[in-house]
Design a protein around this ligand. Sequence first.
Ligand code: PNW
Length: 508
Amino acid sequence: MFYFLLVILSVSVADGWSDNRQRRFKDDFLFGTASASYQVEGAWDADGKSESIWDRYVHSRPKLSPDGDVACDSYHQISRDVQMLRELGVDFYRFSIAWTRVLPSGFPNKIKEKGLQYYHNLVDELLKYNIQPMVTLYHFDLPQSLQDLGGWTNPLSITWFEDYARVIFENFASKVPHFITINQPNTVCVDGYGGDNFAPGINSLGVGDYLCVKHVMLAHAKAYRLYEKEFKTKHQGSVGIAISVNWIEPINNQTENVEAAEVAREFSIGLYVNPIWSKEGDFPALVKERVAAKSKEQGFLTSRLPTFTPEEKDLLKGSSDFLGMNHYTTGLAQPSAAKYPSPSFLDDMSVDFTQSLDWVQGTSPWLKSAPFGLYKSCLYLNKQYGYPTIIITEHGWSTNLGRKDPSRVDNLRAYLTALLFAIEDGTVVKGYTAWSLMDNVEWGAGVSERFGLYEVDFNSQNRHRSPRVSAHVYKRIIEQRVVEDTWRPTSLKMEVSTRRTGKNKSEL
Ligand code: PNW
């Protein structure tokens, strides 16, 4: 009788989602928080720092508030920033280096020692408290001097970035275990060059955006190979890229919508993941075909999507030690009803997105909470790209002013629970990064959208920081490695066929 009961119990547990086991992050799982230079440092022209494309973009648009000039004043507040990280008990801190602070001309002909010193001081302060630095080389703030030469649409940008990366590796490889080359190539290129709502605002629709994508991907690969060849043996660090991987699924199961979701995933995820994690080392076939066909219709003699040479494909293939995944939200896809400008990235993709009215809305217009999307993104990457090693390099939530932030607490707990399920089903995840350590300059939106675990008082002289409720909750999660949450992926049964079996899991 007892034996019989046991069998039934184990069957119901193995069956899946309804069990109440408390899942736990392993002891070697890394928890961190993140920021980016333009968003927190301020001191936009101090100590010989030159103008970046964000300085220019904001200063030349009277409608935008120049919040980035002082931002959180982090350039002068290393000890307070690290104090917050110590309070949280994080394993690592992801921050970015401003190219303009270290190489004001954009080139390594003149290295600004004061700029370098700021980052040395920050890194040393982190190491003093056993917090690992995770350094992003490029988080949207190109030197304006290089933009004047075409920025990322100039093929020489690949070398400019490689030269800059060399300076950073030479100075920091001995102290920094993790580097991220580029943050969100889709934002850099599709928003920055294929539109005008993001710096540098070039508005070269369907042309400049793809040129930029080619060069940014190659710049990443060159920097990766440089580290691999000259720094890895000695310092044993890892180098990756941070890609925006929001989930996209069809609005319903009608074939046209299922197809639209597939197209949208290739245009917004595959375009950046495929060159590095596929056997071909190239853009996805679907994207190549679509853009080539549209270009022909439009009278171009060659595709607007540039190609890679066989040597470039070899360079790209496998050029990352981890896939940095920035995940925030989910979109529901259907073929586009709207007419987009032609040519344009949006016209090439021809997919419209909506979000469910049932999902909780953040302060940012694009941000709704859909935790199953993180789970599904992980399983998608596993299936398409053979279980890449993932670090969640960003995930977060925006609120208004105020230190009580129940919606951020709910969002954090639900997404971390979804992540635990993804890990249980075979996803290889080394760490999680909460965006952001503190409120900061949300690009064109300024300080109106608050992403911080710590609230920043932008009216106070020293940009006073105070912990929100979510900071206390995150601290406890990091300490205890468990999440108190009732969210369960009840709607995920259809994914069962792509789940890893227990046997495969132990092979990891
Ligand atoms: C990221 N979306 O941008 C950036 O890396 C951060 O600098 C930024 O502060 C943070 O996320 C919050 O916005 C994103 O539309 C911008 O899904 C837009 C989206 C996602 C990330």
